[in-house]
Design a protein around this ligand. Structure first.
Ligand SMILES: Cc1cc2nc3c(=O)[nH]c(=O)nc-3n(C[C@H](O)[C@H](O)[C@H](O)COP(=O)(O)O)c2cc1C
Length: 297
């Protein structure tokens, strides 16, 4: 190992509180020509997400191909709940920028995803994309194994909410190999660009180069051993439950494929019972309490 690798190793060890020797195998670089995609879920130009992703990309070798996409700038329409994308070999019938995004992710070797925390969750562009992913539940192989790291920027201490988990779910729904995450507190655009924060972001970027799967979080919270979530539910009997994965392999390609099959069976049940269901639904047709805003012609 050369001297720059050694100092990087010690920097990583310091920030992640690990012995340098423990993480030596992580520094095996995967190759010198890789495509790295940065997804920025902030509408703010030159905002914190953009700065952090940009610095992470810059820190990676110049031989790598680097691209960034601003998710809120894409035209991603709402899922219409039509289930036309099931069974799994069918595509989503909505034609918009989702295809462009998924194609770019397929072509990338590694993905960095950054979102601001908005009202305790990740940005709405993340949710809109997640809602459209039913069509790829059974197509895990196209995304599986791509290394990914996630970054949440939140403005107010203690207001980070469930944004971290939402972004991690997004990466897991895409079957990406989530290697680590970072929570950064920075309110105004540019405030994330401190030496300490940028160092942490750069160390996180290095995790994209690891050959093995060794997910690490920057939080010191007790995480779900299955999915890495810090969100817990406690029953009246004191039993802990993870509401994201329910303690199961939900996010694995097999788990997602199982879910795809379950949705297919629900669709079949609908087709079998649709006339009966329509009779029930019709009972609600006469209710006339709807309000709609007046629009200019
Ligand atoms: C609509 C909106 C909602 C926000 N909600 C939260 C929040 O719930 N918790 C928090 O800590 N910060 C919140 N913030 C602050 C942003 O997370 C913070 O400004 C962040 O730096 C934005 O990142 P950006 O510059 O990349 O857009 C909110 C900001 C906006 C505009």
């Amino acid at each position: 190992m050369n001297s720059s690798s050694t100092s990087l190793l010690h920097a990583i060890a310091g920030i992640w509180h690990y012995n340098a020797e423990e993480i030596t195998p992580l520094l095996t670089v995967r190759g010198d020509s890789m495509k790295i995609l940065g997804l920025i879920a902030s509408p703010r130009r030159l905002g914190n997400c953009e700065i952090i992703v940009s610095e992470m990309l810059r820190s990676l070798p110049d031989t790598f191909e680097k691209e960034m996409i601003r998710l809120p700038a894409l035209e991603i329409n709402d899922c219409k709940a039509c289930y036309a994308c099931l069974p799994s070999e069918k595509d989503c019938i909505i034609k918009d920028d989702l295809d462009f995004l998924l194609e770019r992710i397929k072509q990338a070797d590694c993905i960095i995803i950054a979102s601001p925390c908005y009202f305790l969750g990740a940005h709405t562009s993340i949710k809109k994309i997640c809602d459209r992913l039913i069509s790829i539940l059974n197509n895990a192989s196209e995304f599986t194994g791509k290394k990914c790291v996630t970054v949440i920027i939140y403005g107010v201490p203690g207001w980070e909410g469930y944004a971290r988990e939402m972004l991690m779910s997004f990466s897991r729904f895409l079957h990406l190999d989530h290697q680590g995450d970072l929570l950064i507190q920075a309110a105004n655009p540019g405030e994330s660009a401190t030496d300490v924060t940028l160092d942490k972001a750069i160390v996180l970027a290095q995790r994209l180069l690891c050959t093995s799967h060794q997910e690490q979080s920057s939080t010191d919270l007790q995480l779900c051993p299955q999915c890495g979530s810090s969100l817990w539910q406690i029953s009246h009997h004191g039993v802990l439950r993870c509401p994201l994965c329910d303690g199961k392999h939900r996010y694995s390609p097999e788990g997602m494929s199982e879910h795809g099959s379950l949705l297919e069976s629900i669709k079949e049940r609908y087709i079998a019972n649709r006339h009966e269901l329509m009779q029930t639904r019709k009972l609600y047709e006469q209710r006339d309490w709807w309000l709609e805003p007046k629009r200019q012609e």
